[in-house]
Design a protein around this ligand. Structure first.
Ligand code: NAD
Ligand code: UDP
Length: 374
């Protein structure tokens, strides 16, 4: 599925009505999306609505803004009324119980969690409390209400420093920090739950590096404080919020010495969730893992050059040593997702940078009009 902004300004979904994906689309279903106000969640909620799903978003707005939900609703046009927003924390079990008691949901896509690696090292208990306890409570409430279909946001971080690339789903998994361990533990919890009760159908999606924004420039990533990730930082340099990008590490065994990652357009990633939801209807699925990446590695300097080209802005660079805990080269094997989910990323780094810049240019301070740079 591909979205574009039509002459009316509305998002249109194109692709021939007789395409295989269209024919296989399940009947309209109600889906819970935890963390749906966040970066990946908001893009996924939009694709779900456009695909005919009813979506109940749960988010405590700890790292997001309610305005993102309003914008998703607007972008969804006629589908907008199929979105409901529930500001709640996953650890608030009575509130969660109330929601699941009020509606029969077909599945849950679980994005909600804290995700800053450095912060997780300083505040491990906060990460375990939020990510692990939140997930356990969610799983308990789902089971109690007979909703046993789950798509979970895992991460390529579980591959650690891989011995070879591309990373296949069979690689051993490890974690180097509490954030990564929370992903690894949740993956294991999901495998255990399925072993104990094979009514569960669970897909663990290991994301590589999501970047870019919806082509409308109306929703995108809006990190609080100093961005940890490369592209949000680059974007803030481009709009004048920060003077220069610090390049962490120039002595890796890569072509230009900088770290290599598998960047994936957030709309492609969002579509990967629709493919995963469709897969949950397969009788054969138990607890499965899929990589969501492009299968291509791009260095920091290549990414900066692509962004400069897309934006026409010069990004001043400061070369520095390696960032502790960083790995050299990581990119995905995409074969399993292509074969079993019938999903493949469509966009390259040119489109990722174009859409990242479009979002940044239209919303230099993110969802809040005033400067909250710190
Ligand atoms: P995000 O911070 O933008 O979105 C997460 C959302 O979850 C936020 O809106 C936050 O307010 C909400 N949330 C957090 N804890 C909650 C709780 N206890 N109850 C209710 N809501 C809660 O992050 P994102 O980039 O959209 O990432 C989504 C998921 O994907 C996360 O689980 C993250 O770990 C995972 N992931 C992200 C990346 C990435 O680079 N962005 C890579 C791999 C995996
Ligand atoms: N990076 C960088 N400067 C920054 C942020 C990131 O040079 O301000 C580099 C980082 O060292 C890595 C790549 O960009 O090689 C991607 O980093 P990011 O944090 O976005 O993703 P992750 O390392 O978690 O895959």
């Amino acid at each position: 599925m591909r979205t574009k902004i039509g002459q009316s300004g509305m998002v249109e979904v194109d692709g021939p009505p007789s395409s295989p994906r269209r024919r296989r689309r399940p009947r309209l279903r109600s889906v819970v999306v935890t963390g749906g106000a966040g970066y990946i969640g908001s893009h996924t909620v939009l694709q779900l609505l456009l695909g005919g799903y009813k979506v109940a978003v749960i988010d405590n707005l700890d790292n997001s803004a309610a305005i993102a939900i309003n914008r998703v609703r607007e972008l969804a046009g006629d589908h907008g009324p199929n979105l409901t927003f529930h500001q709640m924390d996953l650890r608030d079990k009575p509130a969660l119980e109330g929601l699941f008691a009020s509606t029969k949901f077909g599945a849950v896509i679980h994005f909600a969690g804290l995700k800053a690696v450095g912060e997780s090292v300083k505040k491990p208990m906060m990460y375990y409390d939020n990510n692990l306890i939140g997930t356990i409570i969610l799983l308990e409430v789902m089971a109690a209400h007979g909703c046993k279909k789950l798509v979970f946001s895992s991460s390529a971080t579980v591959y650690g420093w891989p011995k070879v690339v591309p990373c296949t789903e069979e690689f051993p998994i490890a974690a180097a920090n509490p954030y990564g361990r929370s992903k690894l533990f949740i993956e294991e919890i999901c495998r255990d739950i399925y072993q104990s009760d094979n009514e569960w159908k669970i897909i663990l999606l290991r994301y590589f590096n999501p970047v870019g924004a919806h082509p409308s420039g109306y929703i995108g990533e809006d990190p609080r404080g100093i961005p940890n990730n490369l592209m949000p930082f680059v974007q803030q340099v481009a709009v004048g919020r920060r003077p220069a990008l610090t390049v962490f590490g120039t002595d890796y065994s890569t072509e230009d010495g900088t770290g290599v990652r598998d960047y994936i357009h957030v709309v492609d990633l969002a579509d990967g969730h629709i493919a995963a939801l469709n897969k949950l209807s397969d009788a054969s699925i138990g607890c499965e893992v899929y990589n969501l990446g492009t299968g291509k590695g791009t260095s920091v300097l290549e990414m900066v050059a692509a962004f400069e080209k897309a934006s026409g802005k010069k990004i001043p660079l400061i070369y520095a040593g390696r960032r502790p805990g960083d790995v050299e080269i990581v990119y995905a094997s995409t074969e399993k997702a292509e074969r079993e989910l019938n999903w493949k990323a469509k966009y390259g780094i040119e489109e990722m940078c174009r859409d990242q810049w479009n979002w940044a240019n239209k919303n230099p301070y993110g969802y809040e009009p005033q400067d909250h740079t710190t």
